[in-house]
Design a protein around this ligand. Structure first.
Ligand code: CA
Length: 365
């Protein structure tokens, strides 16, 4: 070995030793950071431990705790326990709490484009929406929207296709919507208003009572599982589908951006990875429980399952595009987000036409 080669060899050996030591240190990371365990708070927009939504928040915290070996512990609070449900966004934005669990359209008063990240009437299914988030520009645009609020966000669940809602009378033509008092939030509510209905915003706990007392004639909530738990079948006879107003609804984890950026890279990755798993868990649970509870509703109770007539769906669709046009004309970010959303939907629909849609049609032959 020449002197030069020997020097190179020794240098390489030294580097290997450093690399090996580095690896050893990385494996010993929990010990190194033993004194730096973090205790964070997560405030949610749901009642504590509520079915699937609150459960999803609990599960996310547990996963992050397990994956980080206790280095990041998150105490979960139901809406109203620490801050009121609909103040979660502000609390996390201002850093009072590090994390929040909710759904973007709750914050559309602050950022109108947030609407598009939860649900769009006649929009994309859960699978398509996830594709827009992860494989398209969805998540990037979502974080662009939240950045001025010092927040980052990520999907951690989805309801899948919802139901059209509970009605105390049959809906046979668009004129039956005229004068109808319905609990239906968001863009769907604006569509019902265009069709001549009256939108009544009842919080979850008041919907049943309002239906029973005739304060409202109809209400949409989620799907068979949640609707069964709310007992709507006891007071309204007609259960309509499909959920044109919410073909999917994304649930989110939002995090104080400064707090997130201060985390070591591996904890950031743990949070993101736990979010992916929580997203899949919630959608799978919705799919499974909705199926079980639809059977309970239709077999065990005297409800009438009805499909909206095509003529009504066509009118709702026309009104939806009017509502979105008005919204995107007023707000530049809404325009930018919807352009991306609608382009993705158009492209993905061409594929689903000959994949999922063709497959489902084939199965009914
Ligand atoms: Ca709903």
């Amino acid at each position: 070995m020449t002197q030069n080669k020997r020097r190179k060899f020794l240098k390489k050996a030294a580097l290997t030793t450093v690399a090996a030591t580095g690896t050893a240190l990385a494996f010993g990371a929990p010990a190194v950071h033993a004194g730096k365990n973090l205790n964070w708070k997560m405030t949610t927009a749901w009642p504590p431990h509520s079915p699937l939504l609150g459960e999803g928040a609990d599960m996310l915290a547990k996963l992050i705790d397990e994956m980080s070996g206790g280095r990041l512990r998150i105490q979960v609070y139901g809406g109203g326990e620490l801050v009121p449900a609909l103040q979660a966004f502000d609390a996390v934005s201002q850093g009072m709490v590090e994390m929040g669990h909710g759904t973007p359209y709750f914050w559309s008063g602050k950022a109108p484009a947030a609407q598009f990240f939860t649900a769009v009437p006649f929009g994309m299914t859960a699978q398509q929406t996830n594709a827009w988030f992860y494989a398209g520009d969805g998540l990037k645009l979502w974080n662009e929207l939240y950045a001025p609020f010092n927040l980052i966000s990520m999907p951690i669940g989805n309801t899948g296709v919802q139901m059209g809602g509970w009605f105390n009378k049959e809906i046979n033509s668009i004129s039956d919507i005229k004068g109808l008092k319905m609990r239906i939030p968001g863009l769907g509510g604006k569509v019902i208003a265009k069709a001549g209905g009256t939108v009544v915003l009842s919080v979850g706990s008041e919907i049943y009572m309002n239906l029973e007392r005739g304060v409202i004639d109809a209400a949409e909530w989620v799907g068979p599982y949640h609707d069964y738990l709310m007992g709507f079948y006891k007071t309204a006879k007609y259960y309509y589908y499909p959920g044109w107003q919410e073909p999917s609804a994304a649930i989110e984890l939002f995090i104080n951006k400064r707090a997130f950026e201060k985390l070591p890279a591996e904890l950031q990755t743990i949070i993101k990875t736990a979010a992916y798993r929580a997203n899949m868990w919630m959608l799978s649970e919705f799919e499974s429980r909705n199926n079980t509870y639809l059977q309970k509703l239709t077999v065990g109770h005297n409800i009438q399952l009805k499909k909206f007539p095509d003529e009504i769906l066509k009118s709702f669709k026309k009104f939806t595009y009017e509502v979105i046009d008005e919204m995107t004309a007023k707000d530049a970010m809404s325009k930018k987000v919807y352009e991306s959303y609608s382009k993705f939907q158009k492209d993905v629909s061409s594929w689903s036409e000959i994949s999922e849609k063709a497959y489902h049609s084939m199965m009914s032959l």
